[in-house]
Design a protein around this ligand. Structure first.
Ligand code: NAD
Length: 442
């Protein structure tokens, strides 16, 4: 793939500045029309997306329909239905101190925005933020991940079909192009990716005091209490841990299970893996051979006991669904976010100690999942582990509700989006006070 020169990126940035200054992005009708164009372009490229996502990540069509195309279309439809309401300035009461006057809050676009996408859900995680940029009335440069080149090219085609580049454009590139883009005085940056690169983005943004939203990762625990429904835990792990070969930011990273149910739970899980994910490539593709080697390295250093899986092939970019029992907090598998189809299993006896150990070793994860028949017993756990989001008796699907803000806290991110929260993310809340003057006598 050819990456653009710094000069052509600068020219594009200047064109977007000019287009934003022309005020054409402001009318709500323009924004809605843009959403319609985006929707049509995504649907027109459905077949190309299936092929590209299969080549890049081995994604089955059903997963593409759910978590890539479907998620984007759903957000577009929701925004179309609600944008008028979100964009209406909100009148607020005037305190006596500053009366008489009228006060309201209006949400204005930031200007030229920059969205940096990760590889794992490359369509969803570039285009869903883009919906925010559009409904906020901004222009936007998008940089998809260089590690999913086929999908990134289709994303570029989608954007080219729908928009002129002075309004919305794709810049292909990796670290060098991103470094150059980050040196530009964008009005807002939306980054999805790893915490380490998040720090790079925030540091670069600081030079221009550019506001950022960072959607990062971390180690999300799945905690199974003594009264958890075993079949439910197994089915949610099969879905959450192994979809997209474990490369999901809100995937359960590790299983933390009460000792009284561990053996029964693991027996069922291992049996389901033998049945449903029997082959080395059953979970899809790992994004690069280096990532397979990284997982191989972590597994080889682990002192846990492999119950199932452990096979890999870096050349074919595959890693089998793997469960590792008897893992301790200082194990290699617990050092970093796994982002692969390896499930370490840790055991607890006391819920309070379990909560403390999670907070001590991997604080503020992107999501926490608690499984319990009596859901009341899950509430204190959720309340005592700070996290981006949480679920009781389910995994990941909270990200599919446009009514729920999606985002992390601390090392799992800053800010949130989806639905109305995307509108808020991509706009500045501007307070306005108006003092009416009496008519002047003629
Ligand atoms: P990454 O941080 O490696 O890359 C993200 C983007 O940053 C890419 O576009 C890449 O080109 C660019 N980049 C990489 N290194 C850079 C550097 N040194 N300087 C400048 N730019 C650089 O992330 P990834 O591997 O694509 O995605 C995996 C990570 O993303 C995981 O940590 C995962 O948890 C996280 N993630 C978070 C969410 C969320 O919504 N919170 C969603 C998906 C993925």
């Amino acid at each position: 793939m050819n990456f653009p020169s710094s000069e052509s990126i600068d020219t594009l940035f200047a064109l977007q500045r000019e287009f934003f200054a022309s005020r054409q992005t402001r009318p709500i009708e323009f924004r809605k029309h843009s959403l319609e164009r985006l929707k049509q372009a995504v649907l027109d490229h459905r077949e190309l997306l299936y092929v590209a996502l299969d080549e890049d990540l081995g994604k089955p069509k059903g997963d593409v329909d759910l978590a890539e195309i479907g998620a984007v279309i759903h957000e577009i439809d929701f925004a179309l239905a609600h944008l008028d309401e979100w964009a209406t300035p909100q009148a607020v009461p005037t305190p006596e101190l500053i009366a008489p006057s009228q006060c309201y809050v209006t949400q204005e676009p930031f200007g030229v925005t920059y969205i940096i996408g990760p590889f794992n859900y490359p369509v969803n995680l570039t285009l869903t933020p883009l919906i925010g940029a559009i409904i906020g009335g901004n222009t936007c440069i998008l940089k998809p991940s260089e590690t999913t080149p086929n999908t990134s090219l289709v994303i570029e085609k989608i954007i080219q079909q729908a928009f002129a580049p002075d309004y919305i454009a794709v810049v292909q590139g990796g670290r060098d192009e991103n470094t150059h883009l980050l040196s530009l005085p964008f009005d807002f940056i939306f980054f999805t990716g790893s915490p380490n690169v998040g720090k790079v983005v925030m540091q670069a943004a600081a030079a221009h005091l550019t506001p950022v939203i960072l959607e990062l990762g971390g180690k999300c625990p799945l905690i199974a209490l003594a009264d958890a429904d075993l079949d439910l835990v197994v089915s949610q792990l099969m879905f959450g841990k192994f979809i997209n070969s474990g490369q999901t930011c809100i995937a359960p990273d590790y299983l933390y299970v009460h000792s009284s149910i561990k053996d029964a739970l693991l027996a069922r899980l291992v049996q389901r893996i033998h049945q449903d994910l029997p082959d080395i490539g059953s979970t899809g593709k790992v994004v690069t051979g280096q990532q397979v080697s990284r997982l191989e390295g972590l597994l080889s250093l682990s002192e846990g006991k492999v119950l199932v899986g452990g096979q890999s092939d870096a050349e074919r970019r595959v890693f089998s669904a793997t469960v590792v029992d008897q893992v301790k907090w200082d194990d290699a598998l617990m050092a970093e976010e796994l982002f692969g189809p390896i499930l370490p299993v840790l055991t607890f006896d006391s819920v309070d100690t379990a909560v403390d150990l999670i907070n001590q070793h991997h604080p503020k994860p992107l999501a926490v999942y608690v499984f319990a028949r009596h859901t009341q017993s899950a509430t204190p756990i959720i309340n005592h582990i700070q996290s981006g989001d949480a679920q009781v008796n389910g995994v990941m699907l909270h990200a599919f509700s446009p009514y729920l803000p999606f985002g992390g806290v601390g090392s799992s991110g800053i800010g949130e989006y989806h639905g109305r929260y995307s509108f808020q993310a991509f706009t500045h809340k501007k307070s306005v006070r108006v003092v009416e003057l009496p008519d002047k006598p003629v």
